[in-house]
Design a protein around this ligand. Sequence first.
Ligand code: 4NP
Length: 147
Amino acid sequence: MCLGNICRSPLAEAVFNHHVKNMNLEGILSSDSCGTSNYHIGDPPDPRTVRNANKNGVTIDHKGRQLSWRDLDNYDLVLAMDLQNHRNILSLANAAHESKIKYLRDFDPEGPGDVPDPYYGDEKKFQHVFEIVDRSVRELIASLVKK
Ligand code: 4NP
């Protein structure tokens, strides 16, 4: 879950699904992504995110959509990219949803924090985001497999 659903969260979704496929866990684990804003509904991912993901061997196929309370009902885990999005998610949540709303970087082996917004950054920033997302998603999958 990010703001626009064109940079960070579609990347996290694609990286998650990429590793799930490589680990033969399709049908067991799945992910989707959305944005907390309505800025990019129906839009493809940012071309810089697509290029960077491809460079790292990951394919992205997604159309921007906005978070709804139904997502909070339907999913077991809802992971925010940063504090602002965590707040936005909580504003839609009821008490029963709260325990499944976390940060992606709660799973980062290098420590928690925000996944920085790369929107106004350069390729270095997009690569930095890729590396945070990739190591966090690997750890997330490992923790789900253990369950
Ligand atoms: P994202 O990045 O939240 O990672 O998809 C952004 C995309 C668009 C905007 C901000 C952040 N925007 O302001 O349009």
